[in-house]
Design a protein around this ligand. Structure first.
Ligand SMILES: Nc1ncnc2c1ncn2[C@@H]1O[C@H](COP(=O)(O)OP(=O)(O)O)[C@@H](O)[C@H]1O
Ligand SMILES: [Mg+2]
Length: 233
């Protein structure tokens, strides 16, 4: 059994009389420790699949398994614990609390967890050891995204889920964040799922899931992923 299993997963939204299938029978596996890039055009269903994997949205049918547990059969209470203990999220916008320092932002998240990592240690790991006492407004966009990544990692999650994490960043900063996410998988051994519309990012992945019209149109295992520093777009 794979670490993550998606089996014929569907998500339909009712818009008045019409049903929209945002995810339309999606099947794939993810192995523990992989950096997975989910790539596809806007509207393909990427965010919907990530939200279901992260327990923020339920599926209409199909099966989602993480680490041997069937997430797709969880009730609301189990989903709350699942989001809290098992999943770290990183979004395009950093969603930091503006009147808390970098360290306090990370501590805030780790306080609700069972087995958190030390907040200052994690901030050092993401390259922000010198920024612990700065407020978000005193940090660059890239630094704020590093705080958001540290906040997610300090929860010690089973999965780090990132939805277009470089979408608001300039080219060089975006690359540095990709490198950090790649190291999060390679060096720290985390399982990282990264959503993007940018085909160039696929070169850094251990596994690439191509999403088209709500389906996994192709899954490739990349035998020789390249370092994030070397890709161009
Ligand atoms: N809450 C919702 N209600 C209705 N339709 C939705 C909702 N969320 C997403 N969709 C539709 O589902 C499709 C997939 O959306 P999404 O998963 O956001 O795609 P992506 O992240 O790949 O751009 C789109 O057609 C979108 O309009
Ligand atoms: Mg999206």
């Amino acid at each position: 059994m794979a670490f993550v299993e998606f089996r014929d997963v569907r998500k339909t939204y009712r818009m008045g009389e019409v049903e929209v299938a945002a995810v339309d029978g999606m099947t794939f596996d993810i192995e523990e420790g992989e950096l997975v890039v989910v790539v596809g055009p806007s509207g393909a269903g990427k965010t919907t699949l990530l939200n279901m994997l992260g327990g923020m949205d339920s599926c209409t049918s199909g099966t989602i398994v993480l680490d041997g547990r069937e997430v797709s059969s969880f009730d609301a209470r189990e989903l709350t614990y699942y989001r809290r203990y098992d999943i770290g999220f990183v979004f395009q916008f950093y969603n930091l609390v503006q009147n808390l320092t970098a360290l306090e932002n990370v501590e805030l998240a780790s306080q609700i967890c069972k087995d958190p990592l030390d907040a200052a240690d994690v901030l050092r790991q993401v390259g922000l050891g010198h920024r612990l006492d700065n407020f978000p407004a005193q940090l660059s966009g890239g630094e704020q995204q590093r705080v958001a990544i540290a906040r997610a990692l300090a929860k010690n999650p089973k999965l780090l889920l990132c939805d277009e994490p470089t979408g608001a960043l300039d080219y060089q900063t975006g690359k540095a964040i990709l490198k950090l996410l790649q190291d999060t998988s390679r060096v720290m051994g985390r399982t990282v799922v990264l959503i993007t519309h940018n085909q160039a990012f696929t070169a850094i992945a251990d596994r690439v899931i191509h999403v088209r019209e709500g389906r996994a149109a192709g899954v490739e295992v990349n035998e020789r992923p390249v370092s994030a520093e070397t890709i161009e777009w």
